[in-house]
Design a protein around this ligand. Sequence first.
Ligand code: ATP
Length: 451
Amino acid sequence: MSDSSVKVRRLSDLQTLVSLSKRRGFVFQSSEIYGGLNSCWDYGPLGSQMKLNVKLAWWKAMTRRPNMCGIDASILMHPMVWKASGHVDGFSDPLVDCKDCKTRFRSDNTDSYINEKKCPECGSKNLSEPRNFNLMFKTLMGPVDDAGSVIYLRPETAQGHFVNFLNCQTTTRYKVPFGIAAIGKSFRNEITPGNFVFRTREFEQMEMQYFVRPGEDEKAFEMWKEIRWSFYSKFGIRKENLRFHPHGPTELAHYAKAAFDVQYLFPMGWSELEGIHNRSNFDLTQHTKFSGKSLEYFDEAAKEKFIPYVIETAVGCDRLFLAFLCDAYREEVTVDEKGQEDVRVVLGLHPEISPVKIAVMPLSKKEELMNIANKVYSQLSEDFAAQYDESGSIGKRYRRQDEVGTPYCATVDFDTINDQCVTVRHRDTMKQDRVKISELNDYVRKGMKEF
Ligand code: ATP
């Protein structure tokens, strides 16, 4: 990209990504052959690998620190959990029904309703009163279909951390402050899902709860803000697309003492990517009250008991996946003498996030070259997600890999037979290096580290 005649176009609409995702196997509409299921998406061959990389990057960043551990709690929890957390009574949006056109809409964010008490679809004023609609999905546990078997799909992973607070503390023997991290599915019956995988009804969350002595919560809150910011920098999210948004008093959740959103500039505008909350001792106090089991922590050094405060960081895996794609997408445009545009589509993903790290390509379909290329592919596959590609011109094959964010391509050519080297071509600079096959894995490993 050193060539100044190359113009770079960034992503301007989500549809471009939706198309690329379908065409290249990142994300498909769920149940597509039946016409699809609204707001549900399936991660394809490349998407599932990339999503795993996103989770691994987060997991490593959160758990490979002193006094941090992980947990994998179940989606179905005792119904009392959601009473204690406030979700049964408070996790709702106000909804209005239009009695004429039957449209259902939120009364708190629909302009035509707020200003004129009119239906946003047909303009009718024949409307129901706002009614609270709980966002939790209900299901039945066991064979009996009665009110006693009602159970919820969790709307957040955090409650698994709270109810296991003492289990984790005693088994790890950590002293406060310590933290619990988890990755898992959550479900919310969102009224207005949309914007691809940005807001869906089934999604994955990556949440961390950090338990601290009361009075040390504000310092810990600042510490986690910095840690989370540096995560985004490390993985190359462009600074101009990221900002903190502090919650004003009217935005604060019922449990929160302070909260900041990390917002990303998505094509539809600045939107929440991650929430960083000071949840005070609300949750542990509530669970103590509702379960009758004390969740107090005993500080041996100070010989005193207290209920810890909690700093929470919560990011949606699917939303982060989308932010990575939006941020990485670029079109490099060159115009030739005849005014013809050539567009190179590149996903400039951080190599740890890229679904494929290296593609191996025999220059031609000569058996000798294909045999070597297959061996190189096997060697690389021991350490990395690699791909083997033998069809089409080399230029076309490079472009295919650029479009899915593969940082390296290794070409096996006729010289390889004699010198046992391959040509490694870099996605971003398009620079080429001749590398010994025996040193190729180390070369890629080093390149990924230094990216
Ligand atoms: P929003 O205001 O966007 O609905 P929220 O404030 O309700 O989000 P939290 O409860 O703080 O979200 O959840 C933490 C994170 O989980 C969010 O920052 C977001 O990344 C993710 N998340 C929440 N709801 C959804 C959803 N319906 N689809 C995808 N990700 C979600």
